[in-house]
Write a protein that binds this ligand. Structure first.
Ligand SMILES: *Cc1c(COP(=O)(O)O)cnc(C)c1O
Length: 406
């Protein structure tokens, strides 16, 4: 064990199994550890550093805002946050409004309270939220009620508001739940992230919209991970031909600083009244200034489009590798720069693969035990892709004793 590992284990609660490297600095698509090793970051701090590390536009916004004010509380008008809210609304639910939070879980909490206030205001007798099996919506107690991964929620106290768990992409299941009960809302991740990178079908998503209209329910999308360019559009629902009523966002929006929130469409924009909800820190002016820089780079400097092209290259090379080694790779799921490589390997073999890639200078994440999860920056270039594909193929041929094509 290194000194950093010993200190970490002595003084920080062990809520996660950490990789054994201590980070010294980061730049672009690379991290550097305290030993001077360099790592390609295909992980981006869990889908936060969408533009890589220390992007010049982000650093400029950080520099400028840091000399104006760092915190003012939400009792004052906050120009960077107002600007950011305007841009988010204009690119999503026209006529809507934003509530800002500091994190993803808090965005979920705000959504739960807003849905509850809406049912009270409408006096429509509805209650409860439909969520998907294996969903992840956060770890605070309200959000945890909606997170349907037993390993995450079990043995913790449970809040009592009703939820209805259905299978992903199962329209009949959804129809039945909405007929039988009177849920107030449906909440889904367009691509389930922590649940193992599972892409919802267009058919299912458009069915949710139809069913929500039929039953006068709220359709909420948790775009905390899929949003801010991750899947090739600003928000993942924009790949399709429908509009949700409520969008949850966080992770990528703050350019590395904590920021999240919800965007409510016009029919929900005024559900919260003064006193209904609040937070001391959010929206941090610094985070909001970085949020504006993130949108500048994605939407005005063309990075969303370049990221989409880079993702296509990564997908085509990974798919070629999957076809070459079908006994190792089952299939690849996800969208854009959010990929889950489903393997035929054991959890232990995937762990070894992850640690070996780390030794070779590549950071990947593992989820659902045997799924290699990639959350690369949109700034990934051809060289990075070659380096990753070559290293991965070398590992397969050297360590997994497989022959091409079987
Ligand atoms: C990460 C994540 C959350 C929780 O966000 P935190 O900032 O960790 O609280 C909620 N929903 C989804 C889809 C996420 O990926």
């Amino acid at each position: 064990m290194t000194q950093w590992q010993i200190l970490d284990q002595t003084y920080i609660m062990s809520t996660v199994k950490r990789l054994p490297i201590a980070i010294d600095r980061a730049e672009g698509n690379y991290l550097y550890d305290t030993e001077g090793n360099k790592y390609l970051d295909l992980f981006t701090g869990l889908a936060v550093n969408t533009l890589g590390h220390l992007h010049p536009r982000i650093m400029k916004a950080l520099e400028e805002q840091s000399h104006r004010f760092l915190h003012i509380s939400n009792l004052f008008l906050n120009p960077p946050a107002i600007q950011l809210a305007k841009r988010l609304v204009e690119h999503t639910l026209s006529g809507g409004k934003v509530f800002f939070s500091n994190s993803g879980a808090e965005a979920t909490e705000a959504a739960i309270k807003l849905i509850d206030r809406w049912t009270t205001r409408e006096q429509n007798g509805k209650s409860g939220i439909v969520v998907l099996k294996n969903s992840f919506h956060g770890r605070t107690l309200g959000a945890l009620r909606l997170t349907r991964q037993p390993s995450v929620y079990q043995d913790f106290p449970t809040l009592s508001f009703p939820i209805y768990e259905i299978k992903a992409n199962d329209i009949d299941d959804l129809e039945e739940v909405c007929q039988r009960h009177q849920p107030a809302a449906v909440l889904v991740e367009p691509v389930l992230g922590a649940g193992g990178v599972i892409t919802l079908t267009e058919e299912f998503l458009t069915a949710i919209r139809r069913i929500c209209d039929e039953h006068q329910m709220i359709f909420a999308v948790d775009e905390i991970q899929t949003g801010i360019g991750r899947t090739g559009k600003l928000f993942a629902y924009q790949h399709f031909n429908f509009q949700p009523d409520l969008i949850l966002f966080a992770k990528g929006i703050g350019g590395g600083l904590p920021l999240g929130g919800i965007i409510a469409g016009p029919n929900l924009a005024d559900v919260f009244q003064p006193g209904d909800h609040g937070t001391t820190f959010a929206p941090s002016p610094l985070s909001a200034a970085l949020g504006n820089a993130v949108l500048d780079v994605l939407l005005e400097e063309g990075q969303l489009e370049r990221g989409r092209q880079a993702a296509e290259k990564l997908w085509s090379q990974l798919q070629a590798l999957q076809e070459k080694y079908p006994q190792v790779f089952a299939y690849i799921d996800g969208k854009g720069m959010m990929l889950g490589i489903r393997t035929h390997l054991s959890a232990e073999e995937v762990k070894q693969l992850q640690l070996n890639l780390l030794k070779q200078g590549i950071l990947v994440n593992v989820t659902a035990k045997t799924v290699i999860r990639l959350l690369p920056p949109l700034t990934l270039n051809d060289e990075d892709i070659q380096f990753f594909i070559k290293t991965l193929e070398n590992y397969i041929t050297d360590h997994l004793s497989v022959k091409e094509g079987k």
